[in-house]
Structures are given as structure tokens and as C-alpha cells.
Design a protein around this ligand. Structure first.
Ligand SMILES: [Fe+2]
Length: 174
């Protein structure tokens, strides 16, 4: 059982940074795992060709980020397993509602971009915390790896802002 589930069940407490850090990694592993699956569906649902490409590219990036997390587990000698992240589950199910919706394709793309940016911002917050915890634990190599992912998430966020501002929003029905 993951730390978060144990906390919910009242069987564990928050005793040390190492357990907290490992739980964060397991939750991020769950996040990437779900995104590797969700992003190609977002690409299918998107109308704009560049947006489709951006979602497909980020699916590929997420696959590498998941691999990076697997290396972290390896270094720590911890089994690579997921701990359910309720937040990402909720965000993806909101995204699914948008994917299934009818309407103006550009408005739908705008909604998909906003949903994807919500995910990116969440990942930026969580990877930022994980990186800082790694530094606190003296795990500098792992902190560097997490920083690489953090940089990629920020780049994706900027790319989505650019796509929304330059292509999607201007053609959307107001
Ligand atoms: Fe990611």
C-alpha cells in the first residue's frame, strides 16, 4: 500500500522526507503512466494539426519521463510501482468529457489546451516538490533528472500557450 493510502487508512504517519519523496515518485509514475495513455487520445480529438502534433510529441516525451522515473527507482533500489494520483484521474476524466463534446472544433481545441495546461501546471508543481525533496536528501543526480523533466513540462506549457494564442483562440467562435 502506498503512503498516501496508508495515511488515508490511518495506518501510517508522515515521519520522514525519504518516505514522502518515494511516495511522490510513485504518484508521478502514475501520472506519466496515465498521460502516456491519454495524450494520444487527445491528439485524436484535436482538430488543429499543430495541436495534434504537440499532443503526440508530449505523449512521446511522457514515455521518456516515465522511464526517467524508473531510473530513479532503480538508483534508490525501490520497486518501480505506481501510487494512484486522484488529481490526475480527475483531470483526465474532465478531459474525456471535452473529447466527447460536439461543437465548434476550435472552441473544443481551446478547451483541450486549457485542460492540458492544467495537467502541465500540476506536473510542474509536483516535479518541483520532488526535485526539492531529492536535493534535501542529498540525491543530486536524481534531482538533476527531475529538473530535466520539469524543464520539459515548462516547455510544453509555453508551446500550448503559443498554439492557443496564435492559432486556436483567434479562429474559435466567440
Ligand atoms: Fe510529464
Amino acid at each position: 500500500m502506498g503512503l498516501m493510502e496508508s495515511l488515508k487508512a490511518g495506518t501510517k504517519s508522515l515521519d520522514n522526507m525519504e518516505d514522502l519523496f518515494i511516495e511522490k515518485l510513485k504518484m508521478l509514475y502514475d501520472v506519466e503512466d496515465r498521460l502516456v495513455d491519454a495524450l494520444p487520445k487527445m491528439a485524436d480529438a484535436a482538430a488543429d494539426a499543430q495541436l495534434k502534433r504537440a499532443f503526440d510529441e508530449h505523449a512521446e516525451v511522457s514515455r521518456r519521463q516515465k522511464e526517467r522515473l524508473a531510473w530513479c527507482f532503480d538508483w534508490l533500489n525501490v520497486e518501480a510501482e505506481t501510487s494512484t494520483c486522484e488529481a490526475i484521474k480527475g483531470m483526465i476524466s474532465d478531459g474525456e468529457v471535452i473529447m466527447k463534446a460536439d461543437g465548434d472544433p476550435d472552441v473544443k481545441d481551446a478547451a483541450l489546451i486549457a485542460a492540458a495546461q492544467g495537467v502541465e501546471h500540476y506536473e510542474i508543481a509536483e516535479y518541483g516538490a520532488a526535485r526539492t525533496f531529492a536535493s534535501r536528501l542529498g540525491l543530486d543526480d536524481i534531482a538533476d533528472l527531475l529538473q530535466q523533466t520539469l524543464d520539459e513540462e515548462a516547455q510544453t506549457d509555453h508551446k500550448l500557450t503559443d498554439l492557443a494564442a496564435s492559432r486556436v483562440n483567434p479562429s474559435a467562435q466567440v
